[in-house]
Design a protein around this ligand. Structure first.
Ligand code: MG
Length: 293
């Protein structure tokens, strides 16, 4: 069945996009007696010496830690309450909705949804204050043993696998159910949120596959940098110069910042286009009507 396609989605990476630190550094390491530099050094050695994928390397090292193995997924959710974010998060999720408060948009039922696709742990984000503003969170997931303690990865979202979740978002809420095969064919008109109604926000090379999926299909992409880290800015500039993203901005989501204005701008332009599409479709139906009458 054809969809009204009047939903706009903003899809966010998590680490260094919504937060200045990785969730491991932020809330996990100090609970399990791990020293950050040493841990990531071991991750790098597994990658270099044994060609591990990044996510499998850090999940293996966490699950080898006896203190971490005492956690349940519920415990990981509890850690999520301690996460720190860039300025303006999570307020931005609610405040951005006001852009669509204008009658010209509400008349056409234009709405905004937020999604997070991360290579970090979903459980940690699910327990954070972001959760209640977010339509869907996709991330790595751990299974629990008979005693209810985490012991094995049941879902790994590597940075190349992140794009699969963009297809789940475009196809609709039933595809947020991960038991459903995302490769089912679905015609454009039946998609709940077409890619041209999506804005993706990320921070670096690990987001390039997502930037490419979105921008090649008419959506928009922004790269954000940490103003305190020069290399972060240079990474974003390189993405901009390679035309991977439409714009770059400092990761400050507060009102009246450059990033906030860009987000509002893209949401408004998408909303205007949705309204124009609905009006022209309505007019073409009126014009056609006498011929059938
Ligand atoms: Mg990131």
């Amino acid at each position: 069945m054809a969809q009204p396609q009047n939903i706009i989605a903003i899809v966010y990476d998590y680490d260094r996009t919504l937060s200045p630190r990785s969730m491991q550094d932020d809330v996990i390491f100090h609970k399990i007696g791990v020293e950050s530099e040493e841990f990531w050094g071991r991750v790098n050695r597994l990658r270099a010496d044994k060609a591990y994928e990044d996510e499998l390397a850090w999940i293996r090292l966490l699950l080898e830690n006896t203190a971490f193995r005492r956690f349940s997924n519920r415990d990981l959710e509890g850690l999520g309450r301690g996460l720190g974010f860039y300025p303006g998060v999570p307020e931005v999720f609610q405040e951005l909705g006001h852009v669509l408060g204008d009658e010209k948009y509400s008349r056409h039922g234009v709405t905004l949804e937020h999604y997070i696709v991360t290579s970090g742990l979903k459980a940690v984000l699910a327990g954070s204050s972001l959760n209640r503003h977010i339509e869907g969170i996709f991330g790595c997931e751990l299974d629990e043993d008979d005693e209810g303690k985490v012991f094995w990865p049941k879902r790994i979202i590597s940075h190349t696998a992140k794009t699969q979740y963009l297809f789940r978002i475009t196809k609709g809420l039933e595809y947020v159910d991960l038991s459903r095969d995302v490769n089912d064919h679905m015609p454009e008109a039946e998609r709940r949120i077409p890619f041209r109604n999506m804005l993706y926000i990320g921070d670096g090379p690990t987001d390039v596959p997502c930037f490419a999926v979105i921008t090649s299909r008419g959506g928009r992409a922004l790269a954000v940098y940490d103003p305190g880290i020069r290399a972060s800015f240079e990474t974003c500039m390189a993405l901009r110069e390679a035309q991977r993203v439409d714009e770059i901005a400092e990761a400050d989501y507060r009102r009246d910042t450059h990033l906030r204005r860009l987000m509002e701008h893209y949401v408004e332009r998408m909303a205007d286009r949705i309204v124009a599409e609905q009006q022209s479709e309505h007019e073409s139906r009126i014009i056609q009507a006498p011929r059938h009458g």
